[in-house]
Design a protein around this ligand. Structure first.
Ligand code: SF4
Length: 359
């Protein structure tokens, strides 16, 4: 049976514009890599100003203050060679067994961005020119006979720069050839057409990060609307015979927050998801509540001084990690209310969906 078209969603998908950096910087090491030179050709084809650095250090990104540094960095794409430390993978529970990186940084402007707490220095977007070496290292971490999962979105939104690098397509194709391995990536971007024909062999789970449109409208900049993201996810899941990519898919609902009338807003979102995605045979949910550290709060308040994001300590409780770090999460009662709302809401609308975790 053919999947029913969703007219509103198909239209909203067309509204995105790809991000274009003001300049692309290349280190000498990056240009020794064939893939680095491919990115150079793409940048030249797109008429983006290119600068070749004289050393392998990226400099010239500091402005007079944190805001100016932010502006300079967020409009720059730097192509560098990933250091050898990137070849020693780290686990990333509960999202996947291992994390690896195609890039670090993201051109969007979300007021709650978790990268503020995890990356240091100016938030420039760096893509790695030695991608083949990064990929060829991954099979060392696969346990034969057991599915090993790899997360590629811990420090970047890989689809946000795909038109400039092509790295996600190469990665999906590589995983298509690997037995016992699954690639997982998540994005807020919608330019999925470039991924539809990639031979993924069912080994990539494509996920889209969404929130209630009321949260997205206030707190997310430089990313497509929620409706367009749902349309993109639907396209990724549709069978190839219907113009889709036939991917296993996932919804990352984040960061969940109890804004005024949150039940109404999130009910509408779950309804919209169910309408668009009920046909998808393989769909997962990851449910992530809003949290922040003191360090990320300080930086985010410098980047977005007029934000309406609530980062007060009211209704929050401290959570300690094993390295001594402290996070502020919602207090227990609120967490329980939100958790049962989402679990029940998803199970009643999409009973075959798998909820991977709540945090
Ligand atoms: Fe940060 Fe994700 Fe927003 Fe990019 S899309 S700014 S990585 S939260």
């Amino acid at each position: 049976m053919e999947t029913q078209p969703l007219i509103g969603l198909e239209r909203s998908e067309k509204q995105q514009k790809p991000w274009m950096p003001r300049r692309v910087l290349f280190t000498p090491d990056a240009l020794e890599e064939g893939y680095g030179r491919e990115i150079l050709e793409r940048a030249e084809r797109l008429n983006i100003p290119v600068e070749i650095m004289t050393s392998n250090r990226i400099t010239g990104l500091r402005g007079a203050d944190e805001r100016e540094t932010y502006r300079l960095a967020k409009t720059t794409l730097a192509i560098i060679k990933a250091p050898p430390s990137q070849l020693k993978l780290q686990p990333i529970p509960p999202s996947a067994d291992w994390q690896f990186h195609l890039a670090q940084g993201c051109p969007a402007h979300c007021h709650y961005c978790y990268l503020a707490g995890s990356l240091s220095g100016p938030p420039v977007i760096r893509a790695y020119a030695n991608l083949p070496e990064i990929l060829e290292n991954l099979p060392n971490y696969i346990q034969p006979g057991k599915l090993t999962t790899f997360e590629a979105s811990c420090y970047t939104d890989p689809l946000s720069i795909e038109h400039l690098t092509g790295g996600l397509q190469k990665t999906i194709e590589f995983f298509g050839t690997l037995p016992d391995a699954q690639l997982r990536f998540v994005t807020k971007f919608t330019a999925v057409d470039q991924l539809l024909q990639v031979p993924h062999n069912g080994h990539t789970r494509s996920r889209i990060s969404i929130n209630a449109p009321e949260v997205a409208r206030r707190l997310e900049g430089g990313v497509p609307k929620v409706e367009a993201r749902i349309a993109a996810l639907r396209k990724l899941a549709l069978p190839r015979s219907e113009g889709g990519g036939a991917y296993p898919i996932g919804v990352v609902l984040a960061p969940i927050m109890p804004i005024p009338d949150w039940e109404l807003h999130y009910t509408a979102l779950l309804d919209q998801l169910a309408d668009a995605l009920a046909f998808a045979p393989d769909i997962t949910f990851e449910l992530i509540t809003h949290r922040f550290t003191e360090g990320s709060r300080d930086l985010l308040q410098q980047w977005y001084p007029n934000t309406s994001l609530d980062m007060s300590e009211a209704n929050r409780t401290k959570k300690f990690n094993k390295f001594g770090g402290t996070k502020y999460v919602f207090e227990k009662g609120i967490m329980q209310q939100l958790k049962s709302f989402f679990h029940e809401g998803i199970k009643s609308r999409l009973p075959h969906a798998q909820i991977l975790y709540w945090t």
